[in-house]
Every structure is written in structure tokens, then in C-alpha cells.
Write a new protein. Structure first.
Length: 179
């Protein structure tokens, strides 16, 4: 990882930590902030993937999968925006779904990295944490019907994700030399 990428990861993690602390300190009106953060991050990532597809991936093998992924993420962002105006409880079911999906992807990456002999422990731990938070948020949303429970869970998940990003930014990366 280059120095610029390390600095970028640290800055992004610092912003994530600040947002998480703000959400924990003021949970009453943070529901809409959580929905905006999730939809904005999905918008930005889908635009990044669309740009990647238009500039490079359309010439690659499997490039259409990147286009499909970008369109699905854009659709998910639009769905979150539409659901925030309909019901608080609808997003309470959608956000744990995103966390569970992220956890499943992390566990699948863990399986792939373990087969390749790469670093895999933090991906597995992150996946288990995301799935646990998704289950807790889903149960809390069903039992209590309270959006502040959703905000607390999301902020804790954001905090853990920021700490993992900081750790990965400071971790030494191995360089492969070919002879």
C-alpha cells in the first residue's frame, strides 16, 4: 500500500470515528443521518464502479459483472432513499440486511484468503461481527420497534470498521519479487 493510500485510509477512518461518536452522543435525530450515510456511500461506490467499468473493466474478462454490481448498488441506494420517506421500520430491516451481506462477503473472502495462504483472521472477525450486529439489529428492531437501537448498532459497526481500516493502514504489506 502506498503512502497516499495509507493516509487516505487513516483520514477516512478518522471521519468514520467522528460520525460514530456523533451518532452515539445524539441518537434521537440520527436515524436520518444513518440513512443518508448509507445511501451516500452506496451512491459513491456505485459511481466509482461505473467509472471503473467505463474506463477499464469493459475491456476485461468478467467486466460485465462490475457493471451489474454498480447497477445493483445504485438501485440499493435509491431504495434506501425511497424507504426513508415511507417508514422508519422499513430501514430498520434494510440496514441489518446490508450488514449481514457485508459479513457474508467478508467470510467468503476469509475462505478464499485462507486457501491462498494470505492474511485472513481480521476478515473473518469482521464478518462475524457484522453478522452478529445484523442479527442484534434485526431482533432489536422487531422487539422494540425503536430506531435509536438501530443507530447504536450502526455506530458500533461503523466504529469497528474504522478500527479495522486503521489497523490495515498501519500493517506492513508484503511485496512479491519475481526473479
Amino acid at each position: 500500500m502506498s503512502l497516499f493510500k495509507r493516509i487516505r485510509e487513516i483520514v477516512i477512518s478518522a471521519v468514520m470515528l467522528l460520525i460514530a461518536f456523533r451518532l452515539i452522543l445524539f441518537p434521537k435525530h440520527s436515524y436520518f443521518i444513518v440513512a443518508i450515510i448509507v445511501s451516500l456511500s452506496l451512491y459513491l461506490y456505485s459511481i466509482k464502479q461505473l467509472w471503473y467499468y467505463c474506463t477499464m473493466a469493459r475491456h476485461m474478462v468478467g467486466g460485465k459483472s462490475i457493471l451489474i454490481q454498480a447497477v445493483i448498488l445504485l438501485d440499493a441506494a435509491l431504495l434506501i432513499d425511497a424507504m426513508t420517506t415511507v417508514s422508519d421500520l422499513a430501514v430498520a430491516f434494510y440496514l441489518p440486511g446490508i450488514l449481514a451481506f457485508t459479513g457474508v462477503v467478508d467470510i467468503l473472502r476469509y475462505i478464499e484468503d485462507k486457501k491462498m495462504g494470505a492474511s485472513w483472521k481480521f476478515k473473518f472477525i469482521g464478518g462475524i461481527i457484522n453478522i452478529s450486529f445484523a442479527a442484534a439489529l434485526l431482533i432489536g428492531g422487531l422487539l422494540f420497534g425503536n430506531t435509536s437501537f438501530l443507530v447504536y448498532g450502526y455506530s458500533i459497526s461503523l466504529f469497528v470498521s474504522a478500527l479495522i481500516r486503521i489497523f490495515n493502514a498501519f500493517r506492513k504489506t508484503s511485496v512479491a519479487y519475481f526473479q
